[in-house]
Design a protein around this ligand. Structure first.
Ligand SMILES: Nc1nc2c(c(=O)[nH]1)N[C@H]1C(S)=C(S)[C@@H](COP(=O)(O)O)O[C@H]1N2
Ligand SMILES: [Mo]
Length: 310
């Protein structure tokens, strides 16, 4: 796999990082953690953010305040309103939690969340998240490269794609009574996308374990794609030969394609993708090709017509 290293301008100078760390530490320790009636989970990482390594892939933009990151969410299993997940996701049972990895692999495995946590040191990655609805955030995730997890199952040569399946707990998820999507929530990536160093397995944010509404206990973050590609609360990963049918493609194939790379030149039928509103700001910003990660990921799509492969 060929990787374009980050440009020097994208690497955060250490002094910025130190200041940001302090900011994050204070933000994470802020007492006002009541959000929409939901108390955030108690931290269970020994020394949460402080043990995490900085990442050259971090954006140096100011992270969106935690109250928005954990209070304005799309997690349709808990309802279609932006405040529904914060209100209802405390009902999600996140322990015990097992992840099954199978399909075209040499070694199908079932891993417990505590074993997954120990696979690699946590890094803090500050990523932009661009929702296809036209808003964006900057989120300080905690996690490690998704490929570290994928390797555990030893994928076979015939595996070309990966499918991600989210948890389905109908008795705890009021949104799953609605047929807005065909549950469980399913997403997919091409294998080289999933193994790209920017693709992150996420276990926390803002120095703490993931709030349930953000996809506890584990989700992915694929920052150059629209937010819906980053499946939350994942219970299964399957290696397959052909592009899997995601829940959104199944619901509306004209509006949602398999790739769903952030692309200001290709509009969604209902929403222009040229600009976005950063949550907490008023003036709109221009949306960047591949959400600003083009230097790292454009080579994955060399020669492809991105209008056709939307
Ligand atoms: N299982 C599941 N994963 C999901 C969703 C969902 O409804 N269900 N929504 C997606 C969408 S549309 C977005 S924009 C992001 C939002 O992630 P955040 O709430 O952590 O910001 O999660 C994505 N992952
Ligand atoms: Mo989204």
């Amino acid at each position: 796999m060929r990787i374009t290293p980050p440009r020097p301008s994208e690497i955060t100078p250490p002094e910025h990082y130190a200041r940001r760390r302090e900011f994050l530490r204070r933000a994470a320790l802020a007492p006002a953690l009541m959000l929409g009636g939901t108390v955030l989970p108690a931290p269970s990482f020994a020394a949460p953010g402080d043990g995490a390594r900085a990442s050259p892939y971090s954006s140096d933009e100011t992270p969106t305040p935690l109250k928005h990151v954990a209070g304005y969410n799309n997690f349709y299993e808990f309802g279609t309103g932006k405040e529904d997940p914060a209100r209802h996701a405390h009902r999600l049972v996140v322990r015990p939690w097992q992840l099954r990895i199978d399909g075209l692999v040499k070694k199908p495995v079932t891993l417990d969340i505590d074993a997954i946590r120990k696979l690699a040191p946590l890094e803090e990655r500050i990523y932009r998240l661009r929702c296809v609805e036209g808003w964006s955030m900057v989120i300080p995730w905690l996690g490690f490269p998704l490929d570290v997890l994928l390797r555990q199952a030893e994928p076979l040569g015939g595996a070309k794609y990966v499918e991600f399946v989210s948890a389905l707990q109908p008795e705890n998820m009021p949104g799953t009574g609605s047929r807005v999507l065909n549950w469980p929530y399913r997403e997919g990536l091409r294998l080289d996308e999933a193994r790209h160093p920017l693709a992150l397995l996420v276990l926390g944010l803002y120095g703490e374990v993931l709030p349930n509404q953000n996809g506890a206990p584990l989700r992915i973050a694929v920052p150059w794609k629209y937010g819906f590609k980053s499946a939350k609360s994942i219970v299964a990963i399957r290696f397959v030969e052909h592009a899997p049918l995601s829940s959104w493609m199944e619901a509306n194939p004209r509006e949602y394609g398999f790739y769903s790379n952030v692309n200001p030149e290709v509009d969604h039928p209902r929403w222009s993708q040229a600009t976005e509103r950063r949550i907490g700001e008023f003036r709109k910003r221009r949306t960047l090709m591949f959400n600003g990660y083009g230097a790292q990921v454009a080579s994955l799509y060399a020669g492809m017509d991105l209008r056709r492969h939307y």
